[in-house]
Design a protein around this ligand. Structure first.
Ligand SMILES: [Zn+2]
Length: 265
């Protein structure tokens, strides 16, 4: 097997994942297209509430398929909305993007793509003891999805984007202490769609309650361009065929899963 088991190239891209990761064939896969006409009302759920730590060291990592910010175990939590009485802890957040503006989001809305999608990954600390344990359970993870559209520079996100030149290759990592508030990555209005799904990267485990904000947030074209410069291989691999121009999985059927709508559009 090559050093790169999976990725987004023709050789190792999403169409090939089912060969190595059987769960990727399942009926609860993500992403999906959000058909807004199919979304049922969420009714009177309690509000979605987050309480995020701002002042602690974080790491920005290039795992070979995106950039990812690790929260390093500091306490940040999400509760309410579709999550019942369980409390979910923020583990990491990362981004998906496309080769050109106007594509790059994993989820689509009525067939429309956005230029990127942020994922804030939380695990159920009420029921499970670790992220790894939770990631294998049907109610183990809750991911907030935020669509990115091209517009003005995103100042909070720039605290990470400006570090990307230091993590160009797979395995690179930098730690930073600049205060950062993950809640500033979310849109102002808390209106969202939710459905049961999976991780969108191998092993594509069906453990995610998806919460997708309806309102996109803006990032600049320059910020997206910096993301596309990341490489999916190690520095020693040479420079050819290592581009990470896009890293989104195409949508899969919603099937008979329930899609719910919280808040007016
Ligand atoms: Zn993701």
């Amino acid at each position: 097997m090559s050093s790169q088991d999976w990725g987004y190239s023709v050789e190792n891209g999403p169409a090939t994942w089912i060969e190595k990761f059987p769960e990727a064939r399942g009926a609860r896969q993500s992403p999906v297209d959000i058909d807004t006409s199919r979304a049922g009302s969420g009714g009177s759920a309690p509000p979605l509430v987050w309480r995020y730590s701002v002042n602690h060291p974080r790491s920005v990592v290039n795992p070979g398929y995106c950039w990812r910010v690790d929260e390093n175990g500091y306490h940040s939590e999400l509760r309410g909305g579709p999550l019942g009485s369980d409390v979910y802890k923020l583990q990491q957040w990362h981004c998906h993007w496309g080769a050109v503006n106007g594509e790059g989001s994993e989820h689509t809305v009525d067939g429309r793509s956005f230029s990127g999608e942020l994922h804030l990954v939380h695990w159920n600390m009420t029921k499970y003891n670790s992220f790894t344990e939770a990631a294998g359970q049907p109610d183990g993870l809750a991911v907030l999805g935020v669509f990115l559209m091209v517009g003005s520079k995103h100042e909070e996100l720039d605290k990470v984007v400006k570090l990307l030149p230091y993590i160009m290759h797979k395995g690179d990592k930098v730690t930073f202490s600049e205060p950062l508030d993950p809640s500033h990555l979310l849109p102002r209005r808390t209106t969202y769609w939710t459905y049961p799904g999976s991780l969108t990267t191998p092993p594509c485990t069906e453990s995610v309650t998806w919460i997708l904000f309806k309102d996109p947030v803006q990032v600049s074209a320059e910020q997206l361009a910096l993301m596309r410069k990341l490489r999916c291989g190690e520095a020693s691999c040479g420079e050819e065929a290592m581009e990470l121009l896009h890293n989104y999985r195409p949508t899969l059927p919603l099937g008979n899963r329930e899609l719910r709508d919280y808040g007016i559009h």
